[in-house]
Design a protein around this ligand. Structure first.
Ligand SMILES: Cc1cc2nc3c(=O)[nH]c(=O)nc-3n(C[C@H](O)[C@H](O)[C@H](O)COP(=O)(O)OP(=O)(O)OC[C@H]3O[C@@H](n4cnc5c(N)ncnc54)[C@H](O)[C@@H]3O)c2cc1C
Length: 573
């Protein structure tokens, strides 16, 4: 039996769900093939469980350190089983949002099966053949376990299996000091495990500003985590008492770390095996990630890829952003491109929020002429009043004084969910603005579009192609225009509350409050705005930098008010 679809989506995680719902909302005939559970990694084994665990751990930590704000500290009673009930409750509450029922109600045909491409225009699912005009690959990624001798025999945990732990491990080794290793290592330590965090690089969070990694290492150590940096793992050996030893070749002599459980978070690999990509000519890189261009097109005509499977930024909101770009491209031959300025957050304490380039990445491009401004939270009034005066904010500008990157590593540096909800609500209400952000030109006269456009920063806001997506010159334009309103609604509808990082690098204004900045610019103050806009996504902040003749820069976010003094500003002028 064979069925015809406008779009077939392979994989029902965030990228696949959002793609399918947008397509159905625009009136396309769409099938979503999912071999396991719709919701994907984010719902079942990623953001939702990890952030639920982190919430419990953070509260335990606050209770222990209540004296920071003048309360009597105490040791919280931690019942791990009940903490895991909270984790499961969170999943169960969110699950209907990603369920097959919701998809079907929206007009998506959900096919529970393993999908395999079978030549151009064909996908095989359980003996049935689906025929498509366009297809989106959204099969995500999976944990990769390094080939360490003896590791497999120690029943290593991964992010897929750690949520099934019946009890809190007394001695836990976390192998890998990336974002997930740091988040989970800190959470388990705060809940009562003795955690050893082993990282082969010389610092944690290697992709972030070095100072952020140092800050996290210092905080973890202060909380009792045994942080081992620059450590090569030799092998894992069983002990007579049922525990295991991890041998490190720490110079001068090797050393053994005894553990009850080991959590391996050394990396993730894209899931492209057995997809039959060779039958349709989709190229993958050496890791197996699907190679895509900025429009998320693969090397095969009509096939797009979104989310973790592309090997680009592995975040839920990025997968959703990809879906919003790829779906109109796939259905309407639009020409949307992915944003280079999507921010992300590592939800450790302190959180590490980042958008754009680090200082060293900027120096690779512009050398010594890069302008860097840093501000510490030790002297920040708001941080002092909260009893959490640690962390920093860092801005990186190019030689033309244009903001090209920002990092906030501080408590609540990644912002809060309340703000995410507010952004989401505002976006639903502002259909016109949203349509504008979704690059639908016929509704460009919304409130946002009427504002005077800010000068473009070429790195973050490249000029739009003249042949605009859904623009008049394109043959698919007529059909696209008739679909735009529904598409805008469909895009607006997609959002998920839990995982949304809202960096408090959200706004950078030239004065204390945005209103003042706007006013002073109206009054003719010299000012430039660079909007670092990851905002085509539900929870993405608008990140703007302003320059003016005033003395200070202020970063404002959920509770960030970071004044950058005049000497720094003088360099930006
Ligand atoms: C512990 C942890 C914490 C995280 N925390 C955050 C966070 O706080 N914020 C954030 O933004 N991101 C976070 N992430 C990352 C986030 O979970 C992923 O980036 C996101 O889920 C990727 O979505 P996706 O749609 O690309 O893939 P997935 O969600 O992995 O979905 C892929 C789906 O495809 C299905 N599939 C695979 N092959 C086939 C096939 N052949 N046929 C049919 N179906 C198939 C799979 O079953 C799966 O359901 C975290 C990840 C982990 C592991």
């Amino acid at each position: 039996m064979s069925s015809r679809y406008d779009l077939v989506v392979v994989g029902g995680g965030t990228g696949g769900l959002v793609s399918a719902l947008i397509a159905a909302g625009a009136g396309a005939r769409v099938a979503l093939v999912e071999r396991d559970r719709t919701g994907g990694e984010c719902l079942w084994t990623g953001c939702v469980p990890s952030k639920s665990l982190l919430a419990a751990a953070a509260l335990a930590h606050r209770i222990r350190h209540a004296d920071a704000v003048g309360l009597t500290p105490s040791e919280p009673k931690i019942d791990y089983a009940r903490v895991m009930d909270h984790v499961r409750d969170a999943i169960a509450t969110i699950q209907p949002h990603d369920s097959p029922q919701r998809l079907r109600a929206a007009g998506v045909e959900v096919i529970p099966a393993n999908a395999r491409f079978d030549g151009p225009g064909h996908i095989r699912v359980d003996g049935r053949e689906l025929r498509w005009r366009a297809a989106i690959i959204a099969t995500g990624s999976g944990p990769v376990t390094p080939p360490i001798p003896g590791l497999a025999d120690s029943e290593p945990l991964t992010t897929d299996t750690v949520w099934d732990l019946p009890r809190l491990p007394r001695r836990l080794v976390v192998l890998g000091g990336g974002p997930i290793g740091c988040e989970l290592g800190q959470a388990f330590a705060r809940l009562g495990s003795h955690v050893t965090l082993v990282e082969q690089a010389e610092r944690l969070l290697v992709n972030e500003e070095p100072r952020a990694g140092e800050l996290i290492a210092a905080r973890l150590t202060a909380e009792g985590v045994d942080v081992r940096l620059g450590s090569q793992t030799l092998d894992v050996r069983p002990r007579r008492d049922g525990a295991h030893e991890l041998w490190l070749d720490d110079p001068p002599a090797g050393e053994a770390i005894v553990f009850d459980r080991i959590l391996v978070v050394t990396g993730r690999g894209p899931l492209t095996e057995h997809l039959g990509l060779d039958t349709v000519g989709v190229n993958v890189d050496e890791r197996g990630a699907v190679i895509v261009d900025p429009r998320l097109r693969t090397s095969a005509r009509g096939i797009y890829a979104v989310g973790d499977v592309t090997g680009l930024l592995p975040f839920t909101h990025v997968a959703a952003h990809h879906a919003r770009v790829a779906t109109p491209n796939a259905l309407f031959h639009a020409r949307g491109e992915i944003s280079q300025t999507v921010p992300w957050v590592t939800f450790t304490d302190p959180e590490v929020a980042r958008v754009g380039l680090t200082e060293s990445q900027a120096r690779e491009r512009w050398g010594k002429r890069v302008i860097v401004i840093e501000s510490d939270y030790q002297t920040l009034d708001r941080a002092i009043t909260a009893g959490e005066a640690y962390g920093f904010a860092k801005l990186v500008a190019d030689p033309h004084r244009r903001l090209v990157g920002a990092t906030v590593a501080a408590p609540a540096g990644g912002g809060g969910d309340r703000r995410a909800h507010r952004v989401g609500r505002a976006r639903r209400e502002d259909q016109r603005g949203l349509a504008h952000r979704a690059r639908l030109p016929h509704v460009r006269r919304g409130t946002r579009a009427r504002r005077r456009p800010a000068p473009r920063c070429p790195l973050f806001d490249p000029p739009r192609p003249r042949n605009h997506p859904t623009g008049a010159r394109h043959p698919a334009a007529a059909r696209a225009r008739s679909m735009t309103a529904r598409l805008a609604q469909a895009v607006a509808f997609q959002r998920r509350p839990v995982d949304a990082p809202v960096p408090s690098i959200a706004r950078l204004w030239a004065h204390r409050r945005p209103a003042q900045a706007v006013r002073s610019r109206r009054n003719g103050a010299r000012g430039i705005d660079h909007e670092l806009d990851g905002a085509r996504d539900r929870a993405q902040p608008r990140c703007a930098a302003s320059r003016s003749t005033r003395r200070t820069f202020t970063i404002t976010g959920p509770w960030t008010m970071c004044r950058i003094p005049r000497p720094g500003l003088a360099r930006l002028r």
